[in-house]
Every structure is written in structure tokens, then in C-alpha cells.
Design a protein around this ligand. Structure first.
Ligand code: PRP
Ligand code: URA
Length: 205
């Protein structure tokens, strides 16, 4: 299993403000945008390119363009905030949705929605800000694989060691890109130090 914890002073800065409980939803969403852009660049660093013949204003040249289209699949609801940066960066991205919600007592996620574009032949990035027990991520990866995804990556803002271990066990070939690997889960399966309930902070619920 490949785990990449991205290192950049801006990531450290943004994470600190995301974790700060006094950060209001509007700023929280802006910070999510910024950190997702940095994660998106790292998670797509190895995308294949192919030759393309073009004419510059001065002469013909062989350039290179992306060889394969992308798909981004947010785990609703919190994952929605990570879609826009991918749309900004990549021209031909298609978007699928997997709706999962953790039970407040058991922390086991149940599925309430799924709509996916064709995934075969695309790099599929499953995005969710929080990787806690890993239950939601493992379910989402199961769903996209069943729908034909073969070239996959998981992109999370904050991860717990427990979630990383579960994804590594159930989907060992899927690389994980994250901005932070935190210490542990608490008794209610929240990440420590974490940033609390991401969806609630994002949408002010
Ligand atoms: C949060 C988060 C992940 C999940 C992570 O979503 O966005 O999807 O918990 O936890 P896990 O790794 O233990 O499965 P939540 O279920 O709270 O739903 P929401 O996005 O609608 O707030
Ligand atoms: N989901 C969240 O939003 N936060 C956590 O710490 C764990 C799961």
C-alpha cells in the first residue's frame, strides 16, 4: 500500500486553520478548496501524457497532453467540497457520487445514493475529507470497482492510522493521498486531534 502525506508549508498553514474550532463555515470552505488543489496535484502527478502536434505562433512542435480522462467520485456529503478544485484543474473530468452516512452510535456507514459515470479507462479519484475507521472509504472503493474502475486513488484531507490500515487491508493496490496522518480515533470514532465533524463544520449544521 502506498500512503503519501503531502508536505508543503501552505498545507501545514491551511490545516491549522481548518482544525481551529473558531474557523467559520465560509473560511472553512475556502481552506478546503486550497488544500484540495494541492492534494489533487499530488494525486495526479503520475498521469500519463501523449504526444500532440501543434503549431506555436512561430513554428510546429510536438507537445504533450493528458492521455486519459479523469473521474472524481466524492463520498457525500462532505466529499462534495473537494469536487470543484478537480473541475478547475482538469478539463475532461466526469463526476460520480456515492452517498454514505455513518451511524452516530456504531460509526458504520450506510449507503443512500449512488450515481456513477462510465469508469473503465479513467483514473478514478475517490475523494472524502475524513478517513476515520475507513468504513466509508472501503465501501466507496467496493462500489466504484464493481462499476468498472481499475485505476484508482483515494484522496483525503485528514486520515487516521485505523482508516489507512483498513483501506490497505481491503484495497491494497489503491494509493492514498492525504494532507495529515493524525494520531488515533477516540471512543466515538472521531479523529484526534482531527477537526471535528467535517460535514457539520462545512455546512454549519
Ligand atoms: C464523515 C466523512 C467520511 C466518514 C469517515 O462522513 O466525511 O465520509 O465520516 O468516517 P469513516 O472512515 O469512519 O467511515 P459522515 O458519515 O459523517 O457523513 P456526512 O459527510 O454526511 O457528514
Ligand atoms: N467524520 C468526521 O467528520 N470527523 C471525524 O473525525 C471522523 C469521521
Amino acid at each position: 500500500m502506498a500512503l503519501t502525506v503531502i508536505q508543503h508549508p501552505l498545507v501545514t498553514h491551511v490545516l491549522t486553520h481548518l482544525r481551529d474550532k473558531t474557523t467559520k463555515p465560509a473560511l472553512f470552505r475556502t481552506l478546503c478548496d486550497q488544500i484540495t488543489l494541492l492534494l489533487a496535484l499530488e494525486a495526479t502527478r503520475d498521469l500519463a501524457t501523449e504526444e500532440k502536434m501543434i503549431d506555436t505562433p512561430l513554428e510546429p512542435m510536438i507537445g504533450r497532453v493528458l492521455a486519459k480522462p479523469l473521474a472524481v467520485v466524492p463520498i457525500l456529503r462532505a466529499g462534495l467540497v473537494m469536487v470543484e478544485p478537480f473541475l478547475d484543474l482538469f478539463p475532461d473530468v466526469s463526476v460520480g457520487y456515492v452517498g454514505l452516512e455513518r451511524d452516530h452510535i456504531t460509526a458504520i456507514a450506510h449507503s443512500y445514493y449512488c450515481k456513477l459515470p462510465p469508469l473503465d479507462g479513467r483514473r478514478v479519484l475517490v475523494v472524502d475529507p475524513m478517513l476515520a475507521t475507513g468504513g466509508s472509504a472501503v465501501q466507496a472503493l467496493d462500489v466504484v470497482k464493481t462499476a468498472g474502475a481499475k485505476d484508482l486513488a483515494l484522496v483525503c484531507i485528514v486520515s487516521a492510522p485505523e482508516g489507512v490500515a483498513l483501506v490497505a487491508q481491503r484495497h491494497p493496490e489503491v494509493p492514498i493521498f492525504t494532507a495529515a496522518l493524525d494520531r488515533e480515533l477516540n471512543a466515538k470514532k472521531y479523529i484526534l486531534p482531527g477537526l471535528g465533524d467535517f460535514g457539520d463544520r462545512l455546512y454549519g449544521t
